[in-house]
Design a protein around this ligand. Structure first.
Ligand SMILES: [Zn+2]
Length: 265
């Protein structure tokens, strides 16, 4: 009878062993996704080998399993359960940090100026360059923005999430203008507006309509939007902050998706 019982237990151990193997394989495939997909994409270091494989040497946790005919079988299965617990813990921690990191990235991506401020239908005017003869001043002067040749009254959109830090009339030549601080050192400026739609200090989301284009300010010669990006206080070429290859439908979808929570829609 005892022999029969031992046989039964051996059988159950072998089933447990097989299930353990299956679970190990599944955890290993999660680990692979982690190592070759998520971490590289999010530019995170891989988890050190020593944390993934801490080794269970040293203290013998399974001394009490010694002295039986099937000691080796019982030991090996217990050691593997310990290994698996560690793998599950490490993988759980890892996925938590990946989730945190991707949330940070999403926040940063949402806050980056990344669309055309006037939608997909526009003609580009003057860009970021030195103008030997300024159309109004008549002397050489750097042009720090990207001009969009759009009809008077064209809707102007926030190009990324952020906070309105300036809204009003600028006597330096910008006329009615809005400045949005996106964080991460980035600021976007929308100048020569005919109408301003957002007050200072409110938060806006990408796609919020912040005003209408116009030709206000002493430095404007005709209807257009002067769009400028400053990075850590210095103007940079705004043309690197939007793509030219998007349809009206795609644009509408995008501003709907991004702006749905906004109070200004
Ligand atoms: Zn301009």
């Amino acid at each position: 009878m005892l022999n029969q019982q031992v046989e039964n237990i051996r059988f159950q151990y072998s089933i447990a062993n097989r299930e353990l193997n299956n679970s190990m394989e599944r955890i290993k495939s999660l680990k692979m996704s982690d190592e070759i997909r998520y971490r590289p994409i999010l530019m995170m270091d891989s988890i050190p080998w020593s944390i993934r494989n801490p080794g269970f040497g040293g203290v013998d946790r399974f001394e009490d399993l010694d002295g039986y005919i099937n000691s080796n079988l019982m030991r090996s299965i217990n050691v593997r359960i310990e290994e698996m617990k560690n793998m599950v813990n490490v993988q759980g921690e890892s996925f938590r940090s990946i989730a945190d990191r991707s949330a940070e990235w999403k926040y940063e991506i949402d806050h980056s100026p990344a669309i055309s401020p006037v939608g997909p239908s526009y003609r580009l005017g003057d860009g970021f360059r030195f103008r030997p003869i300024h159309p109004v001043l008549g002397v050489g002067r750097m042009h720090y923005g990207q001009d969009f040749e759009v009809p008077y009254g064209t809707k102007v959109y926030a190009t990324g999430d952020g906070k309105v830090v300036e809204s009003g009339f600028n006597t330096g030549g910008f006329g009615n203008y809005v400045v949005i601080d996106h964080g991460y050192g980035l600021v976007s400026i929308y100048a020569h507006l005919s109408k301003i739609n957002v007050p200072k200090d409110v938060n806006v989301r990408r796609g919020d309509m912040i005003g209408l284009s116009g030709s206000t300010g002493s430095l404007s010669t005709g209807p257009h939007l002067h769009y400028q990006i400053n990075k850590y206080g210095s103007p940079v070429s705004a043309i690197n902050f939007f793509n030219n290859d998007i349809t009206q439908e795609e644009f509408n979808e995008m501003i709907q998706a991004f702006g749905s929570k906004s109070i200004f829609r």
